[in-house]
Design a protein around this ligand. Structure first.
Ligand SMILES: [Zn+2]
Ligand SMILES: [Zn+2]
Length: 415
């Protein structure tokens, strides 16, 4: 142990490791949280001493600045991966949490949209397709850690695993301090879907993939199981990262996309993300900027409505505006809001399907990464990330994200 520590200090970015048997004394005390896939995988853990120590930004309560902690030792269980981050982005849910709109188990390391490169591999660590990972490889990974064995995982809903852990959402615990994206490194645990991505792309294209882009893919997948997108009018409510990405993906699939957002700047952006027409939800009914006028221009009642704002009014209008046999996918309602009235008779007579989508399954993450790699030349995806702050300025970055200028604010370790 002392030898390992000494050799780890020989130079900047140096690290040393030693193997630990799986059942080493103290192992269970060092690792916490529900059991994950690694716990039954057997094999040896790897204890790492890093120099300089990885840093994580810890959040405790609204109004209180983040505090940096050093994490000199990381123990990788079989299947775990240590990733050095290149860029993180501030998701809307980070804003909601830090504002106190919703509760969170504190203290915790926020951040769950990020891209980085593999630094150290735990024994047997593999990508989601089963291929071996390589040190230096650039990767994104799922928001959730899942067991793969419980009834919920087996039903194809690993994001709701009975023992799920979520990056950027868990209370700080000894043994998994590097659990969120607002840090220099993330300790990616066995049971996470790890997806290798293009090593040459601008990291700003890839950081949002692990939440916003993959969730957009999941929302559209949910709609496509009910209605074919080709030729359909698709109504998108809310032009944040999810709404804009849904618009571009739906346009790629042959849909005629209508995007609704109260912000004129976001509507202008939506027009560049595949919307054939945009609308202002506050415009007078029948006026040029109204939703009714936009739908008329696009070709009539939508067969798909993707609600990505979380606004109860937007949820209600999604349900009201859908055409016969249409599907409403609710994906934006991830914070407490008043209930939405439901006209059950109207839902019945129009044969409406209402689906909720929260997070995503590994295939959506893979498809989201391929979308960004293949289509960043077709859609202005790079413009979704505006300001980039250093990790030490994380609070200012979250404040900028809350102010709502750019769709995403970036956080760069060491910047
Ligand atoms: Zn998110
Ligand atoms: Zn499970």
């Amino acid at each position: 142990m002392r030898d390992a520590a000494r050799s780890g200090r020989q130079g900047a970015r140096a690290w040393s490791s030693r193997r630990r048997p799986a059942a080493a004394a103290g192992e269970s005390a060092r690792r916490s949280g529900p059991p994950t896939a690694s716990d039954e995988a057997g094999g040896a853990s790897v204890e790492l001493r890093l120099d300089p120590s990885p840093t994580a930004m810890v959040w405790t309560e609204p109004g209180r600045p983040h505090e940096a902690i050093a994490v000199p030792t990381v123990v990788l269980a079989p299947g775990d991966v240590l990733v050095e981050l290149e860029l993180s982005t501030v998701c809307g849910s980070d804003v909601h949490t830090t504002r106190g709109d919703r509760t969170a188990p504190t203290p915790l390391v926020l951040g769950h949209e990020q891209v980085g490169r593999v630094v150290v591999l735990g024994e047997g660590a593999a990508a989601v397709d089963g291929s071996a990972l390589v040190v230096g490889q650039r990767v994104v990974w799922s928001l959730t850690v899942s067991c793969g064995r419980c009834a919920t995982c087996r039903r194809g809903l690993p994001q709701k695993c009975d023992s799920v852990l979520k990056y950027g959402h868990e209370r700080l615990v000894t043994g998994w301090e590097l659990s969120g994206g607002f840090a220099t490194h993330v300790h990616v645990r066995a049971g996470t879907a790890v997806v290798p991505v293009d090593g040459d792309l601008d990291p700003a294209l890839l950081a949002p993939v692990s939440c916003g882009t993959a969730t957009a893919r999941a929302a559209l997948d949910s709609a496509e199981r009910i209605v074919s997108l080709d030729g359909a009018v698709v109504l998108v409510l809310g032009a944040g990262l999810i709404g804009l990405t849904v618009a571009a993906m739906a346009a790629d699939a042959g849909a005629r996309v209508v995007v609704v957002d109260p912000d004129a700047g976001r509507r202008a952006l939506a027009a560049r993300f595949g919307a054939v027409v945009t609308a202002d939800p506050s415009a007078a009914p029948g006026s040029d900027d109204s939703v009714e006028h936009a739908l008329e221009t696009a070709g009539g009642a939508p067969l798909v409505a993707i609600e990505a704002s979380g606004s109860p009014k937007a949820v209600a209008s999604a349900l009201t505006l859908l055409g016969t046999g249409g599907v409403a996918v609710l994906v934006g309602s991830v914070f407490p809001a008043p209930p939405v009235p439901l006209d059950a008779e109207s839902i019945v007579r129009r044969l409406i399907t209402v689906r909720g989508v929260h997070n995503y399954a590994p295939r959506h993450l893979v498809e989201a990464a391929r979308f960004v790699e293949d289509r960043h030349g077709a859609w202005p995806l790079r413009e979704l990330v505006g300001d980039v702050v250093g990790l030490a300025d994380l609070d200012a970055g979250i404040a900028a994200a809350a102010a709502g200028g750019s769709v995403r604010v970036g956080v760069r370790p060491g910047a």
